[in-house]
Design a protein around this ligand. Structure first.
Ligand SMILES: Nc1ncnc2c1ncn2[C@@H]1O[C@H](COP(=O)(O)OP(=O)(O)OP(=O)(O)O)[C@@H](O)[C@H]1O
Length: 244
């Protein structure tokens, strides 16, 4: 058990047949840490997320969430996890409230606690007034807000975000990035954020550069800049992914 880390990944490898998608990946995320996962297409980001969410079984290596091994203590481990996938997973024909109630029921929250949590999360995102609207009526930015609210209802310790700003306009993108960083700072939430967008990184974030299934660099923004002798993360990223 290593409960000082919210997420611990040790010597994780995964292959699709002969095709190696992750090769000996190890890293940890502590409470209140936002880890941005940068990688070009095919780097292995989705594979990593599929292993953390147990969509795929871990055969080589180990994943722990808040000290719970996800293979041995799956239920306890997954209870600590909130996820926002790249593609929306909301039911368009249900209202905001119905979508969120479905999630609280899956997590076994009683009705009054569920109502309280739903109100709290929607209010924080200025969406409570719209709870009776069908998701289909909402624009992309508002749908994302509902997904973020949903992912937090059961108070996870780790939030996994798989390119959540794709398809959003610039103001919605900035608002979402800002909101997540606020949660990290104020609530000690841990975040693993897969992104192609280097301008979404804050100076206090941690960064992993994944390329062809291997970690090329990891650490604070300052660490990665020092390692690559660059002054901007976009140059560090280019150097790390071109040289390989
Ligand atoms: N179902 C699959 N069968 C075979 N190979 C796969 C499969 N899924 C992914 N791969 C391969 O595994 C490697 C890692 O893919 P993965 O989708 O995890 O990368 P990614 O970083 O998420 O890419 P993207 O940014 O394009 O989504 C790639 O070489 C990809 O072609």
């Amino acid at each position: 058990m290593s409960a000082t880390n919210t997420l611990l990944i040790e010597a994780l490898s995964f292959a699709y047949g002969d095709k190696k998608a992750l090769n000996n990946v190890s890293f940890a995320i502590r409470p209140g840490e936002c880890m941005v996962l940068l990688g070009p297409n095919g780097a292995g980001k989705s594979t990593l997320f599929s292993l953390i969410t147990r969509l795929y079984d871990t055969r080589q290596g180990r994943i722990e969430l808040c000290g719970f091994d996800i293979k041995k203590h799956t239920r306890h481990a997954l209870a600590k996890l909130g996820v926002v996938f790249q593609q929306t997973t909301l039911d368009m024909d249900l209202t905001v409230l119905q979508n969120l109630r479905y999630h609280t029921a899956l997590h076994g929250l009683g009705r009054s606690v569920a109502n309280q949590r739903i109100q709290q999360e929607l209010e924080r995102l200025n969406m409570y007034e719209r709870r009776h609207e069908k998701v289909r009526q909402l624009n992309g930015g508002h749908r994302r807000r509902v997904e973020i609210a949903r992912s937090l209802l059961h108070k996870p310790a780790l939030l996994l975000l798989d390119e959540p700003t794709v398809g959003l306009d610039v103001p919605s993108r900035h608002a979402l990035v800002e909101y997540v960083h606020q949660l990290v700072c104020e609530e000690q939430l841990s975040v693993l954020w897969a992104s192609h967008l280097i301008d979404e990184i804050y100076p206090e974030d941690h960064v992993i550069v994944l390329h062809k299934g291997q970690i090329r660099a990891k650490g604070s923004v300052a660490d990665v800049l020092a390692l690559t002798q660059t002054s901007q993360i976009k140059d560090a990223f280019t150097k790390l992914t071109e040289a390989a």
